[in-house]
Design a protein around this ligand. Structure first.
Ligand code: MRU
Ligand code: ZN
Length: 200
């Protein structure tokens, strides 16, 4: 049986094939049984990502143990803050896919999705007959500032995901299965909504 690390690495390579992580972009993390954070190394070509490309970091995103000196993802602090704000989280996935980025060009504060069956892919959603609002936050290179944005907007993050404007998405879950479902739900809804706008 493959380990969680290997399963996430395989997911990362699959997502690269779908065009969701061009040019070394995206990063990923998981919590192990000791609640240690494992995050992807910075700058890895995601078509080649392997289980060995995960390193351990402390709660502030600093590499620990034998990984001291290895460069963790530039966005490690986002992962650390999400584990703190949403303590049930075990796996966090990031995407640079096109459609959520297009959504972030069309909506200022949040993207509303209404009436789609696949909205039920978000944990807690039981019917298509609802509006799901995914928050959009402005992109920044300042991770301390972005961590502050996440903290102050925690109540708006109700569907285990958000969009960074002109950047990509983050989605998470209590398992790899659930984190994937959330990321893929947001991806699908963004594509449908974008194509629907084009039809009009
Ligand atoms: C191609 S640059 C993309 C990065 O700036 C960043 O957004 C990203 O997702 C990957 O950064 P990384 O440091 O490799 O984890
Ligand atoms: Zn990114």
């Amino acid at each position: 049986m493959s380990t969680l690390k290997e399963q996430i690495a395989e997911t990362i390579r699959n997502y690269h094939q779908r065009g969701w992580s061009p040019a070394t972009s995206t990063n990923y993390s998981f919590l192990d049984e000791n609640t240690t954070i494992w995050v992807s190394r910075s700058g890895v070509d995601k078509s080649q990502f392997s289980a060995e490309d995960f390193i351990t970091v402390d709660k502030n995103g600093r590499p620990t143990g034998k990984y001291a000196g290895v460069k963790p993802s530039a966005e490690t602090l986002i992962h650390c803050v999400l584990y703190e704000l949403f303590p049930e989280t075990k796996v966090i996935l990031h995407s640079h896919s096109v459609f959520p980025v297009l959504m972030s060009n069309m909506y200022q504060q949040e993207v509303p999705f209404e009436g789609y069956e696949v909205q039920k892919g978000f944990a807690g959603e039981t019917t298509h007959d609802a509006t799901v609002r995914i928050p959009v936050f402005d992109n920044t290179q300042d991770m301390i500032d972005f961590a502050r944005t996440l903290r102050s907007n925690q109540a708006r993050i109700r569907h285990h995901s958000f969009i960074m404007r002109k950047h990509g998405t983050y989605a998470w879950g209590t398992s790899l299965f659930e984190a994937k479902r959330h990321l893929e739900t947001l991806e699908y809804l963004s594509e449908v909504q974008y194509r629907n706008v084009l039809l009009k």
